[in-house]
Write a protein that binds this ligand. Structure first.
Ligand code: ZN
Ligand code: ZN
Ligand code: ZN
Length: 255
């Protein structure tokens, strides 16, 4: 199984439009982050996690020719607004319909935000999706890939993370229940979000994220959904324990 970080930035991306901070003005590629999304592949199966505003560029960058399904973490714009740009895959697929998986509330929100994709007689050229509500912690499979949905608190909002055997992808996290932390203790590789250094009502700071990593103790952890307010990650690297790294766009992990 292979996982690729398609984007590792927070909702506005990095650089932020019209921002004059050192990070946004930096020419370094590690200071450029598309909106957070990932691709998990095994054999002929490709599953996308989230489909944000940078979806088109991300698909052109990674060169993938087929998407079997999209797992949605939650309904915030930076995680779903690129769904319409998945049309080329839908037109090429024999089902002419792309399966979306996630929490029932999130799928209902997608049905209302992209209502035209669910009309009985759609405009020719509209995307078509099928929706597949999931229950937390229930084993599922799509093609060659087995996974389960895990509960994550994004401030007051319950959202989804995803576990694939020994790998877990958790974004937009503010807290995890003790049961979820315990259930993740056997994983080898963890992707988890950290927004910035200062407190935020619905996202973890770097320190809060490192505390969760310390509790779960994966062999490797990668930090994603990073804001320009994190500052220069090269100056923060010394704060990271062994095995923990800041993710960057295009980073691929062999799992
Ligand atoms: Zn987000
Ligand atoms: Zn900035
Ligand atoms: Zn969010």
């Amino acid at each position: 199984m292979k996982f690729t970080f398609l984007g590792t930035g927070t909702s506005q991306g990095v650089p932020v439009i019209a921002c004059n901070c050192n990070i946004c003005l930096s020419e370094e590629s590690y200071n450029k982050r598309l909106r957070s999304s990932g691709l998990i592949s095994s054999g002929s199966t490709n599953i996308l996690i989230d489909s944000g505003p940078d979806l088109r560029e991300q698909m052109l960058n990674c060169g993938v020719k087929k998407i079997n399904a999209v797992l949605i973490t939650h309904e915030h714009n930076d995680h779903i607004i690129g769904l319409d740009d998945l049309r080329p895959f839908i037109f090429l697929s024999k089902d002419r319909e792309l399966p979306l998986y996630g929490m029932p509330r999130v799928l209902n929100e997608i049905k209302s935000r992209f209502s035209y994709a669910f009309y009985e007689n759609p405009y020719p050229g509209a995307p078509r999706f099928s929706t597949h509500p999931l229950e937390f912690n229930l084993p599922m499979s799509i093609g060659e890939i087995e996974f389960s949905m895990i509960p994550v608190m994004h401030g007051e909002l319950l959202i989804a993370g995803y576990r694939f055997k020994n790998f877990a992808y958790i974004t937009d996290c503010k807290s995890l229940s003790r049961e979820t932390i315990e259930s993740l203790e056997s994983i080898e590789t963890l992707v988890i979000s950290a927004l910035r250094l200062k407190d935020h009502h619905s996202h973890m700071t770097l320190d809060e994220s490192l505390e969760i990593i310390e509790k779960i103790k994966p062999q490797k952890a990668f930090i994603t959904h990073i804001s320009h307010l994190m500052g220069d990650i090269n100056k923060l690297k010394h704060k990271l324990p062994e095995g923990v790294e800041f993710a960057y766009d295009g980073l691929a992990l062999d799992l």
